[in-house]
Unconditional design. Structure first.
Lengths: 333, 326
């Protein structure tokens, strides 16, 4: 070892901070989604509401590898990414409630969360429809010679959509700084991926487009973080796209109006996956390492609970959009 | 004033706007090396390079969406469709992404993009290549739709479209690209949403746009020989529609025929007639008639094709009917 090399101990502090931050962020998403489910049951949230419970490690691990001005664009299961990209829980919850104080002024709803200033370019409701948009954002970053990276989250069901293939081809031909992050949670609504996909390892599709790719354990935030960090470096330094298949699992139904299990998956399977809970996993690890004890974890949880309760209160008490808003924002000046 | 073809007028608009704003770029099939399927982009690759004149694979959905994403990222892409028939594959991006991004983001994300290319029938291209999509596209809030009929309007409207902060659909015509006309040099802007009277008249208003302008003009010539004075009103923009110009003309002539290349059912003409019956009811001396493409997929045979399209003869016959001469 040379004098300039840092010992593991030197790096322990920042890593520990990062791990604690990730744990807190995953808990924030979990508690937020649990409250959203409650509010949905009470009729406070309308329409479709797709929860992220079980998949928290993916958003948290991936976004930890990004800079603040990087772009994130998602499907309609995007509450988690929106929160971690920096949209305050108040503004996300208020949007779910359809209120004027929501991050899309109550015009978007659960599936269309936006905060352009924070680089959160939406929630999009057509499966796979936002994949070309991600490449377009990356195209603009490259065109303007910025080092901004774009991360596109989508589910495995989007891989059967033409837009996925057309976009991966062009992103590779044009060497765009974009990361296609497939959250493979096994089921497109109620259809198991292997029942409708000829190639069930999503990562294999990268071969068709001469693209770098990795298969990642999505139940471990640290693994996701490492893989996304490698992809970010590829994008930022060399403007090369990456396809990541991140294997995860949704503990809830497809949306709030869908069953948790039944015809398409068994209760046993869900329970088995719940044993791999990404939050429990990281919390245990940090406990084992002596970074956190149960009391500190409880305190963290209580603090998050209070924050989410406050968000619900804020959303509930916020005004509906002014009726005149109906005709605003159809066209830009 | 210089005389240019419609094609070169579009080329001039693209060139001038790309010179004016480095955020403007052109992407589409064959726009670069091949110089454009219809040569609208001739010379642009040489002048602006491959960064700004981007050849795409044949993947309309993908590159339309990449264009929308680039616009979300602050650029001003002009996306060329070789024809609008192929743009059906990209409708999801035009409708679900471009048209409603501003609204569903609560006003945060404008999409300044132009989607352009030829629309409507040419000659004997068969049913899949001979379709006019005006009414579909003009149906969508969040889009602007223009359909220039002359070289001057083509240049002026394309420049307006590129400078607009919204998605703008520019419907051109294969049969118009060789049309010649006077085109002002340099800063020639035609505002979106303004119709123009292309010929003054007093007995009947012929409402038209795009390729039905020459049809209406020929009809007006034939009607003049019968001592009927037809006013030819070129809509130029279909969304927003210049309602004031339509009403003003109809209030003068008290009779109207609306001509379009699209099919009759739920067409642009239906929207125009709705306006006239509502806001000019007391000024009408006859029911408004429409001349459209026959309500059939376009046939290949040239006689059948001719029979399917709007023609000066059909317009003359309709004008005579609203004048109670038949």
């Amino acid at each position: 070892m040379t004098a300039t090399a840092r010992s593991p101990k030197d790096t322990a502090a920042p890593q520990t901070d990062l791990h604690l931050k990730m744990l807190r962020q995953m808990l924030l998403i979990r508690r937020f989604e649990e409250k959203a489910a409650e509010a949905y049951a009470l009729g406070k949230i309308g329409g479709f509401c797709h929860l992220y419970i079980g998949q928290e490690a993916v958003a948290v691990g991936a976004l930890a590898a990004l800079k603040d001005d990087d772009y994130v664009i998602c499907s309609y299961r995007e509450h988690g990414q929106a929160l971690i990209k920096g949209i305050p829980p108040n503004a996300v919850m208020a949007e779910l409630f359809g209120k004027a104080t929501g991050c899309s002024k109550g015009k978007g709803g659960s599936m269309h969360l936006f905060d352009a200033k924070k680089g959160f370019m939406g929630g999009h409701g057509i499966v796979g429809g936002h994949i070309p948009l991600a490449a377009g954002l990356a195209f603009a970053s490259k065109y303007n010679s910025t080092d901004r990276v774009t991360v596109c989250f989508f589910g495995e069901a989007a891989v059967n959509i033409g837009a996925f293939h057309e976009t991966l081809n062009m992103a590779s031909v044009w060497k765009l700084p974009v990361i296609f992050l497939c959250e493979n949670n096994r089921y497109g609504m109620g259809t198991a991926f292997e029942r409708v996909a000829a190639v069930t390892d999503v990562v294999e599709h990268a071969c068709s487009y001469d693209m770098a790719a990795e298969l990642v354990d999505g139940m471990n935030a640290l693994t996701v973080y490492d893989a996304v960090r490698r992809a970010v470096e590829r994008a930022r330094k060399n403007s090369h796209p990456t396809l990541l298949e991140v294997r995860t699992y949704r503990f809830m139904g497809h949306s709030m109006s869908d069953p948790l299990h039944g015809v398409y998956r068994t209760k046993d399977e869900v329970e088995e996956q719940k044993a791999r809970d990404p939050i429990t996993h990281l919390a245990q690890r940090l406990k084992d390492e002596g970074v956190i004890d149960q009391a500190a974890l409880d305190a963290m949880d209580a603090e998050i609970h209070a924050e989410i309760e406050a968000a619900v209160k804020f959303a509930d008490e916020s005004p509906d959009p002014d009726p005149d808003e109906l005709y605003n924002d159809v066209l830009a000046d | 004033m210089p005389t240019l073809t419609y094609r070169d007028a579009l080329n001039q608009a693209l060139r001038e706007e790309m010179q004016r704003d480095t955020n403007v770029l052109l992407m589409g099939e064959e726009v670069g090396v091949y110089q454009g399927a219809y040569k609208v982009s001739r010379g642009l690759l040489e002048e602006f390079g491959p960064k700004r004149v981007v050849d795409t694979p044949i993947a309309e959905l993908g590159f339309a969406g990449i264009g929308v994403g680039a616009a979300m990222g602050g650029l001003r892409p002009v996306v060329e469709f070789m024809t609008w028939n192929f743009a059906l594959l990209a409708l999801d991006q035009i409708v679900n992404s471009a048209a409603k991004m501003l609204y569903m983001s609560g006003g945060q994300i404008p999409v300044p993009i132009v989607f352009r290319g030829p629309s409507g029938a040419a000659l004997q291209l068969g049913s899949q290549h001979s379709q006019a999509w005006e009414s579909w596209l003009a149906h969508i809030p969040g889009l602007k739709v223009v359909a220039p009929a002359t070289p001057a309007d083509a240049k002026g409207l394309l420049k307006s479209a590129i400078r607009d902060n919204n998605p703008v659909i520019v419907l051109e015509g294969e049969m118009l690209y060789n049309l010649k006309g006077d085109v002002p040099d340099g800063e020639h802007i035609v505002p979106i949403g303004k119709a123009e009277i292309k010929r003054e008249g007093s007995h009947v208003t012929l409402v038209c746009h795009s390729k039905t302008l020459p049809v209406a003009q020929k009809a007006a010539d034939q009607l003049a020989e019968q001592n009927i004075s037809a006013e030819v009103l070129d809509l130029r923009s279909l969304r927003p529609l210049d309602e004031a110009a339509i009403l003003e003309s109809v209030k003068k002539t008290n009779r109207a025929v609306v001509i379009e290349e699209g099919w009759p059912h739920v067409g642009v003409g239906a929207q125009v007639v709705d306006l006239i019956q509502r806001d000019a009811f007391d000024d009408l001396d006859a029911p408004v008639l429409r001349v459209t493409q026959a309500d059939v997929p376009m046939p290949y045979n040239k006689f059948l094709e001719r029979a399917a399209k709007p023609s000066p003869e059909k317009v003359v016959a309709a004008a005579r009917r609203v004048l109670y001469l038949e």
